[in-house]
Design a protein around this ligand. Structure first.
Ligand code: NAD
Length: 512
C-alpha cells in the first residue's frame, strides 16, 4: 500500500492574517486554550449578499477630450431645485428640473448654464455587494459598525469584526465583535438613493441581526441619519417596535441615541492621553500635538485636548496639510471645516491662519503627541523613523503597520494602541443600548463620568500588564491579567482581551 502525502498549503497572506499576528503573539504568551483559539481564529459567520437599487438619471461631467465637439452647444436652463449636486461633480436629475425648462440636448449631452458640459446618464437599477461579518459572541451579542466605502472587502470586514471582539472585551462591555457594510462610494449617490440603499440593506440584514443578537453602529461613510433609517426598516410593522430601539446605536439623541456618543471616541482618546500624563505626574497642559484626520474622531479629540491646554501644531486630512508653529485655534478650525457651506469636502486645506505644507512634512514636525485619526496603515516603518514625538495615541483603527510598531519600540516612542485608544465609541454605544433597554435618557455629565472611569481603569490594567506590575487599587485590578513578564502595550491590550474572552469559555463551556 502506498500512502500519498499531501503537502499542506502555507496559509495565504492577507490583511486578515497580518492583523491576526498580535492575536497569535498574545495567545502564545498566555497559552490560550487550543479550542478557544480555534473559535477566535476565524469568524463565526461571514455573510455576503447583494442589494439592488434604482438609480436616478444623472448629469455627469463630460470628459475633457469630448468637449471640443460640443463647443457650439447652446446653454440649457433647468430649474436648479431639480438638480441635486453630488460630491463627485455630477448632478442627480429630478423631473421638476423640467418645469419651465429650456433644454437643448445633442447625442445625450447638455450644457448647463454657468456650469459646463454634461452627459445624461439614464436612470438604471444597480447591484451593490453587501457584507456582515459576525466574528465572535462569547461575551454577548455581536457589535460593530456599518461602513459604506468603495474599497471594502470580505477580508477587511473580517479584520474589523475581529478588532471589535477584542475592543468590546477590553472595554468590558457585554458584546462580541461584528462589522459590515456596502461596497459603494456614497459620494456618487443622491440622498434619496442612499436612503433606498440603506433600507434595502436592512431588509436583507433583518433575519441576521437584532438588539440581543447583533447591533450595528455608524462607521466610515455612515452616520446617525443612516442609523435612523436602519432602525425604521428593522422595526417597521413590529408590534413591540419601541422595545427594539437598541438594534442600532449611534442614533440621533432625539430617537434614543445617547448624549455624548458623537464625541465619545475622541473623548475616550483624550482620557487615555490624560492618564498617560498622570502616570508621569503631569497633565496634557502645555504639550503640543499633531493630528491626521479631522473627522469625527480627530476634530473631537483635538477640541477636548485643546480644552486640556494642549496645543495643536499641524493637521493632515484627505484634502491637504496645515501647520502653525504658534498653535491652531481648534474651535475656529472646526467652524472653517464644518460651518462653511463652500467647504464641500470638509477639509482643513486652505485654512487661512496656518501655512499649507505637504503631508510628508507632517511627520517631521517636532511635537509631544501624534494622533492618527484617519486611515489604517499610515505609520509605516519609514514614517516611524522620522517622527519627533514622544507618544503615538491611535484614534484610527490599525494606523500603525507591524513594521511601524517595531520602529516605534526601537526608538522608544510610546504607544496608546487603537483597541483602548478608540474604545470610547463602543463604550458609549453600550450606554445607549442600556438606556434603550431601560427606556432612560442619561445626561452628558453622567455618560462622560462613566466613560472616564471605564476607559481609565481598563487603560491602567493594560499598562500594568505591559509593565508586569499586578495591582489592586480602588479603581482597577490587574492581578488576574499580568503574565509574569513585560510586553509591549499592543500585546498587553490583546492579553487582556483574550483572558476576558477565555473566561467565558472556561466558565460557561462550549455549546454543542
Ligand atoms: P470621518 O470620516 O469622520 O473622518 C475621516 C478623516 O480622515 C477625515 O478628516 C478625512 O479627510 C481623513 N482622511 C481620509 N483619507 C485620508 C488620507 N488619505 N490621508 C489623510 N487623511 C485622510 O471618520 P472618523 O469617524 O473620524 O474615523 C476615523 C478613524 O477612526 C477610522 O479609522 C475609524 O475606523 C476609526 N474609529 C472611529 C470611531 C467613531 O466612533 N467614529 C470609533 C472607533 C474607530
Amino acid at each position: 500500500m502506498t500512502a500519498r502525502v499531501v503537502a499542506s498549503e502555507p496559509p495565504r497572506h492577507t490583511i486578515y492574517t497580518e492583523a491576526m499576528e498580535v492575536f497569535h503573539r498574545a495567545a502564545d504568551l498566555i497559552g490560550l486554550d487550543r479550542r478557544v483559539r480555534m473559535e477566535l481564529e476565524e469568524p463565526d459567520y461571514e455573510h455576503i449578499f447583494y442589494v439592488t437599487v434604482k438609480l436616478h438619471t444623472r448629469l455627469s461631467p463630460l470628459a475633457a477630450h469630448d468637449q471640443p465637439r460640443y463647443k457650439d452647444l447652446p446653454d440649457s436652463e433647468l430649474l436648479p431645485d431639480g438638480l441635486e449636486p453630488l460630491l463627485d461633480g455630477s448632478f442627480v436629475f429630478k423631473r421638476r428640473a423640467l418645469i419651465n425648462a429650456n433644454l437643448v440636448m445633442r447625442d445625450g449631452v447638455v450644457r448647463l448654464k454657468g456650469k459646463g458640459l454634461y452627459r445624461v446618464v439614464p436612470g438604471r437599477p444597480e447591484r451593490f455587494k453587501a457584507y456582515r461579518v459576525q466574528h465572535n459572541q462569547a461575551r454577548g451579542p455581536y457589535k460593530g459598525g456599518t461602513r459604506y466605502h468603495q474599497d471594502v472587502s470580505l477580508d477587511l470586514f473580517k479584520v474589523l469584526a475581529a478588532e471589535m471582539t477584542w475592543k468590546t472585551a477590553i472595554a468590558d462591555v457585554p458584546f462580541g465583535g461584528g462589522k459590515g457594510g456596502i461596497k459603494v462610494d456614497p459620494k456618487t449617490l443622491s440622498s434619496e438613493e442612499l436612503e433606498a440603499l440603506t433600507l434595502r440593506y436592512m431588509y436583507r440584514l433583518k433575519p441576521l441581526i437584532g438588539p440581543n443578537l447583533d447591533i450595528p453602529a455608524p462607521d466610515v461613510g455612515t452616520d446617525g441619519t443612516v442609523m435612523g433609517l436602519l432602525l425604521r426598516q428593522f422595526t417597521d410593522g413590529e408590534r413591540e417596535r419601541h422595545s427594539l430601539r437598541g438594534v442600532v446605536t449611534g442614533k440621533d439623541t432625539r430617537i434614543g441615541g445617547s448624549e455624548g456618543r458623537v464625541k465619545a471616541t475622541g473623548q475616550g482618546l483624550a482620557y487615555c492621553i490624560q492618564e498617560w500624563y498622570a502616570d508621569r505626574g503631569a497633565t496634557p497642559a502645555g504639550t503640543r500635538f499633531l493630528l491626521q484626520g479631522f473627522g469625527n474622531v480627530g476634530s473631537n479629540a483635538a477640541e477636548i485636548l485643546a480644552g486640556m491646554g494642549s496645543k495643536l501644531l499641524a493637521v493632515n486630512d484627505a484634502g491637504g496639510t496645515i501647520f502653525n508653529p504658534n498653535g491652531i485655534d481648534v474651535p475656529d478650525l472646526i467652524s472653517y471645516v464644518y460651518d462653511n457651506p463652500s467647504n464641500l469636502r470638509r477639509t482643513v486645506a486652505g485654512y487661512p491662519k496656518a501655512q499649507q505644507i505637504s503631508k510628508n512634512d507632517l511627520w517631521d514636525v517636532d511635537a509631544d503627541i501624534l494622533i492618527p485619526a484617519a486611515l489604517g496603515g499610515e505609520i509605516t516603518g519609514p514614517v516611524a523613523e522620522r517622527l519627533k514625538v514622544k507618544l503615538v495615541a491611535e484614534g484610527a483603527n490599525g494606523p500603525t503597520t507591524p513594521e511601524g510598531d517595531r520602529v516605534l519600540a526601537k526608538r522608544g516612542i510610546e504607544l496608546i494602541p487603537d483597541i483602548i485608544g478608540n474604545a470610547g465609541g463602543v463604550t458609549v454605544s453600550y450606554y445607549e443600548w442600556i438606556q434603550n433597554k431601560r427606556m432612560e435618557h442619561w445626561s452628558e455629565i453622567e455618560v462622560n463620568g462613566r466613560l472616564e472611569q471605564a476607559i481609565k481603569s481598563n487603560y491602567r490594567i493594560i499598562r500594568d500588564v505591559s509593565r508586569n506590575t499586578p495591582r489592586r487599587t480602588a479603581t482597577h485590578n490587574s492581578q488576574r491579567y499580568c503574565i509574569g513578564r513585560e510586553v509591549d502595550m499592543r500585546t498587553a491590550a490583546m492579553v487582556l482581551a483574550l483572558k476576558r474572552i477565555e473566561a467565558h469559555y472556561q466558565l460557561e463551556g462550549f455549546s454543542q
